[in-house]
Write a protein of this length. Structure first.
Length: 381
């Protein structure tokens, strides 16, 4: 009998915690270090692959994702050693996706051919903006011209290249965002991640916001208009939304992220990496130690927490309703031990916020802008 995670597949996330500079909006576990012992980090990450592999023998690995931080600052030999260990550890899907997050600078672009030789077959570039003043305000180290040039280098090396853009930036108008988005999509992308700038506690932007110094942020109406415009323009470029913030041509979706959103199992290694693993029939949440020095020197590097059936059902819904395809209602009921409330489903459907047909629950175009409210209605006791 198949276990629940098999509906989503199995992947590996590798976290590289180092950056050349800390962006003021970033709340990821990233650190600026003057020097990195690449040999020591390589050995430790390979050891973690082997440890997790012993717990998950025989599983077919569908994807590997190098995130961060800035993993394009890794030595390509390190990614190669990790991927060699992966190949020794698990059976590998014939079409396994191996993604590297990269900063779009000329220095890192020069390493792309070596990363491809090491086994990377997809690059995700953090371009974020296409004008220099906004890039400077976001703390980015590249110019718009350098970012686009690095993208072209990546596309000449890899068959699959995605990039990220932020909207809702300070003093950004709807017309400016429309022009920028057209400029991006005219480069014949097959995947793009489009995020609204969010102000997170504990970041430099969060500190400025708390002191009333983050001026020019969009109000709710402008944010909603930007989101709607984004959907319209992407659809016109044959890049429909397949997840709240991600758009792709058919077949170019991020296979690794689909494992998360379809609530599969994934191992997370490296400082601060999270994972979800089903071991001996029990699903556990894993979190690796956050601080790089402690992680590197530690004998045991992670904490685990057993997830109850209700925990799993809630996570399944939170992740799956982000997808345009939605979730299997029978799978939810199997996890939760009971189905979702039909009255609530019907009320939301009458408001054209969801559809639930043939056992599949999905959010409508109108509902995506109210996703958090929909989830509260469905999950409130």
């Amino acid at each position: 009998m198949a276990e629940d995670w098999e509906a989503g597949g199995f992947g590996l996330y590798v976290h590289w915690p180092f950056c050349a500079a800390k962006c003021p909006y970033c709340d990821f576990n990233s650190h600026v270090s003057q020097s990195v012992d690449h040999d020591a980090w390589c050995a430790a990450l390979v050891a973690e692959v082997e440890r997790v592999g012993a717990l998950t023998k025989g599983r077919v690995l569908r994807s590997v994702f190098f995130g961060g931080g800035t993993p394009s600052l890794m030595a390509p030999a390190t990614t190669g050693a990790i991927l060699d260990a992966v190949a020794r550890t698990w059976p590998i899907a014939n079409d396994m996706e191996v993604t590297l997050e990269a900063n779009p600078t000329s220095v890192e672009a020069r390493k792309f051919a070596a990363f491809k030789t090491a086994g990377i077959n997809r690059v995700s570039m953090g371009i974020q903006a296409l004008n220099d003043p906004d890039l400077r305000s976001l703390g980015r180290l590249h110019t718009a011209a350098e970012g686009l040039a690095a993208f072209e280098v990546a596309r000449s090396v890899f068959d699959r290249v995605s990039f990220d853009l932020m909207y809702g930036r300070q003093d950004q108008s709807l017309i400016q965002w429309e022009s920028e988005l057209h400029q991006a999509l005219e480069r014949d992308l097959d995947h793009v991640s489009l995020y609204q700038l969010t102000i997170e506690p504990g970041t430099a932007f969060g500190d400025r916001y708390s002191r009333g110094k983050m001026r020019g942020l969009p109000d709710d109406d402008l944010s909603a208009d930007m989101y709607t415009l984004t959907q319209d323009i992407c659809a016109a470029h044959n890049m429909p939304r397949y997840e709240v913030s991600n758009h792709a041509k058919d077949g170019a979706e991020s296979r690794h992220n689909l494992i998360y959103w379809r609530y599969g199992d994934y191992a997370g290694i490296g400082p601060g990496a999270h994972g979800r693993l089903t071991l001996d029939g029990t699903r556990v949440a894993t979190e690796q130690w956050r601080m790089p020095a402690a992680w590197l020197s530690g004998d045991s590097r992670e904490t685990t927490e057993t997830l109850s059936s209700n925990d799993q059902a809630v996570e399944f819904l939170l992740m799956g309703l982000r997808l345009a395809e939605g979730v299997d209602l029978n799978r939810y009921a199997a996890l939760a031990g009971q189905p979702l409330d039909k009255r609530r489903l019907n009320e939301l459907a009458e408001m054209n916020l969801i559809t639930h047909q043939e056992g599949q629950l999905s959010v409508t175009n109108q509902g995506f802008s109210l996703l958090n409210a929909i989830l509260r209605v469905l999950l409130d006791p």
